[in-house]
Design a binder for this molecule. Structure first.
Ligand code: DX5
Ligand code: ZN
Length: 215
């Protein structure tokens, strides 16, 4: 299991230091919110660009923005390694995912808790990663929605049947209890925000999640 600390729960006045505190995690999850797709505002490409020289982690940019096609180039140039776009945020998911790949970045499709796996079935051969939201997006610190777990299992099964290679990521409410559930369901990457940065020792929390996932 790869742990992806979400800087949404970090101290924004100390972002560079906060990123260094979780460098034992292979991924860094960066939540981009536009105040329209979700009721919150966070970072733009300039923040990704500013952090890039301070980390060698995989920058996993989760775009919670309407019409993500407008911003792909900017995030690719800023140093994103993975760009995730919500199926609910665009009428042209195939085009956006292709755009991401053309920019030399790994493409990810994201589904909200209310969206079935069937909605993304046609684009699965195109993607490097699928993100199953385990909370409704917008804020950190929300409770894990256990009814989303069956979608992780369904995706793991589909991947096997179709001989595909995409990784499965989960995001929202991941902590010392829920990490075991998502691991058992077949997730490869787990985002954790408040559980990691809500502690005095974020690196220890990352290590703990990894250890619990190993069983
Ligand atoms: C929510 C974000 C998450 C958030 C998770 O919309 O996509 O990445 O940071 O926070 P926790 O781990 O606190 O649920
Ligand atoms: Zn996220």
């Amino acid at each position: 299991m790869k742990i992806a600390p979400s800087i949404l729960s970090a101290d924004f006045a100390e972002l560079k230091t906060e990123v260094k505190r979780v460098e034992n995690a292979p991924y860094l999850h960066i939540d981009i919110m536009d105040g329209q797709f979700v009721d919150n505002l966070t970072f733009g490409p300039n923040v990704v660009k500013a952090l890039r020289p301070h980390s060698s982690q995989v920058f996993d940019c989760h775009l919670m923005v309407i019409n993500p096609e407008k911003y792909i180039k900017a995030f690719a140039q800023a140093g994103a390694d993975i760009i995730g776009v919500h199926i609910e945020a665009t009428a042209h998911i195939h085009r956006v995912l292709s755009q991401i790949k053309q920019a030399g970045v790994k493409a990810e499709v994201v589904i909200n808790p209310g969206t079935p796996v069937a909605a993304i079935k046609e684009v699965l051969p195109l993607v490097d990663q699928v993100l199953v939201m385990t909370v409704d997006p917008g804020f950190g610190g929300q409770a894990f929605l256990s009814e989303t777990v069956s979608k992780v299992k369904e995706l793991a099964q589909l991947r096997l049947q179709a001989g595909l290679q995409f990784e499965i990521e989960v995001d929202g409410g991941v902590n010392a209890d829920t990490i075991k559930t998502v691991t058992a369901a077949g997730a490869d990457v787990a985002v954790a925000g408040s559980f990691v940065f809500g502690s005095d020792d974020p690196a220890k929390q990352v290590a703990l999640l990894k250890e619990l996932a190993q069983g």
